[in-house]
Each structure stands twice: as C-alpha cells, then as structure tokens.
Ligand binder design. Structure first.
Ligand SMILES: NC(=O)c1ccc[n+]([C@@H]2O[C@H](COP(=O)([O-])OP(=O)(O)OC[C@H]3O[C@@H](n4cnc5c(N)ncnc54)[C@H](OP(=O)(O)O)[C@@H]3O)[C@@H](O)[C@H]2O)c1
Length: 250
C-alpha cells in the first residue's frame, strides 16, 4: 500500500512521510527539490519513489496522477503550499498567481482525480492541508488566507458528498496554527506566537486521516482561539487578524 505526499521535501510533508513510513506505507514523495527528497528516502525503512514536480504547472499535476495511477495508492496528502506577506496592493502578482496554482489548483486537480479512483475502489484517504487561516480573512497575507479558505471549504463539501454517497473513502482537512517548518522563511514572516512541533502535528494529522476525521485543528491553544472566534463579529476578527499579521512582519 502506498501513500503519495506533496511537499515532502520539508516541514510537515517530510514529517508526515516519516509517520506514514512508520505505519508501513510505501511512499511516493513529491516536491521540486530532488536532493531533499533523496535524503529523506535514504532515511526511511520503506520503498520510496521520488517525483520532482513543480505543482504550479497544471501539466505536471496531471502527469503526476497519470504516472502513479496504476500503483497501489491508498492515501494522498495534498500538503505542498506556501505563503507571502505584504499589503495586497504591494505584493508580487506573479508570485500570488503561483500560490493560487500550488495551494488551490493542484489540490483541486489531485483531489478530484484521486477521489474518482478511490470511489471506484471504495477505499482510500485524502488529506488536504489547509490552515487555521482557512477560517478567516487575513489582511497582510490576504491571498494565502483566501487559498486556505478555498481548500478547507472544498474539502468539507467533498467530505459530505462522499458521506452522503455511503462511500468508504475518507476525506479530511488539517488546519494547524503556527508550526515550526520552513514556511516562515519562504513567506518572509516570523510567528507572533510559539509554533507547534512539526513531528507532533504530523503524527496527529496522519492518525486523524487514517481514522477518517473531518476538520483537524492541532493544539489546545488554536482550538480555543477558533472556538472563541465564533462569538466575535467577522469585522472584529479581521481587525485582530490584521494586528497579528502586522506583528509577523519579518
Ligand atoms: N508552518 C505553518 O505554520 C503552517 C500552518 C498552517 C498550514 N501550513 C501548511 O502546511 C503545508 C506545508 O507547509 P510547511 O509549513 O511544511 O512549509 P515548508 O517547510 O516551507 O514546506 C513546503 C513544502 O511545499 C513544497 N512546495 C512549495 N511550492 C511547491 C511547488 N511549486 N511544487 C511542488 N512543491 C512545492 C516545498 O517543496 P519544494 O520547495 O522542494 O518544491 C516543501 O516541501 C502548506 O500547505 C502550508 O500552507 C503551514
């Protein structure tokens, strides 16, 4: 049985690969940095296949699915993604369009194509990595937050469709707050609060995915913040989000 993980060269993706390997899954590791994927593969006690792909390229995303379709893939983790800090009027448009392509379009394509395969087999798990950013608007990281809203809502809706169809396929979303990975360097931010340990979040995510949990929020602190958020008006939440993001300016 194999698991495919996008964004496996670093952070949460790399740690979810380690978790899935510990549970006996052979792995298909996807990212752009081949050297990183090779280092990870060398460390893992299972069979691994490395696929270097830029998921901002829709053609590469279709090719990825076509290449592994005949294999015994039982779990897909759509984890690759990145953020970008700055006022919307100032941030680089091309970088944001690439973000939409990686964070939304690639997730959309892979979720649909693997869901079709899994539904036909009446088995399989799909885990889409959204974020706690998916629950709100994010001034100063507007595009990133919007992409994660997209991933979360898409995943919730598909999960309900699958449930209504009586299918055994499991569809889950992971919504972490800050986690210590390379995310900050890529997005040019620093966290306003202490980040969670990536390996622990990965263990929680893989466990939840295999159990078929729906929306997963790791950590008591973020669970409490999101519960409290329900009682605050949307405009207030957006204002608070602005001030939190402002403190992240790296
Ligand atoms: N860290 C956090 O605080 C946090 C919180 C909530 C959600 N998340 C989400 O968690 C996921 C993983 O991020 P992370 O925190 O682990 O950050 P990370 O350490 O920067 O890892 C991001 C991964 O995505 C891959 N990736 C980025 N662009 C890609 C592209 N064009 N094609 C293929 N792969 C690409 C990177 O691989 P290459 O560069 O080698 O291609 C890397 O493996 C992301 O979706 C992120 O939005 C993170």
């Amino acid at each position: 049985m194999k698991a495919l993980i996008t964004g496996a060269s670093s952070g949460l993706g790399r740690d979810m690969a380690r978790e899935l390997a510990a549970r006996g899954y052979d792995l298909i590791l996807v990212a752009r940095r081949e050297d990183r994927l090779r280092l990870l593969a060398a460390e893992l006690p299972v069979r691994t296949e490395i696929i270097c792909a830029d998921l901002a390229d829709a053609g590469a995303v279709y090719d990825l699915h076509a290449r592994v379709r005949g294999e015994d893939v039982a779990a897909v983790v759509n984890n690759a993604g990145f953020g970008l800090f700055g006022a919307f009027s100032e941030t680089d448009l091309d970088a944001e369009l690439r973000m939409l392509d990686v964070n939304c379009r690639a997730v959309h394509i892979l979720t649909k194509l693997f869901l079709r395969d899994f539904k036909a087999q009446n088995r399989g798990c799909i885990l889409n990595v959204a974020s706690s950013a998916g629950f709100m608007a994010g001034p100063l990281m507007a595009t990133y937050y919007a992409t994660k809203n997209y991933v979360l809502r898409l995943t919730q809706a598909i999960r309900e469709e699958v449930r209504q169809a009586g299918s055994a396929v499991k569809v889950s979303a992971l919504c972490p707050g800050p986690v210590n990975t390379e995310f900050n360097q890529v997005a040019h931010v620093r966290f306003a609060s202490r980040g969670l340990d990536s390996r622990r979040v990965a263990a929680y995510a893989v466990d939840g995915m295999l159990r078929g949990r729906g929306v997963m929020v790791p950590g008591a602190e973020m669970k409490a913040v999101l519960a409290l958020r329900r009682f605050a008006p949307e405009t207030l939440v957006t204002r608070i989000a602005y001030h939190i993001q402002h403190r992240k300016n790296g």
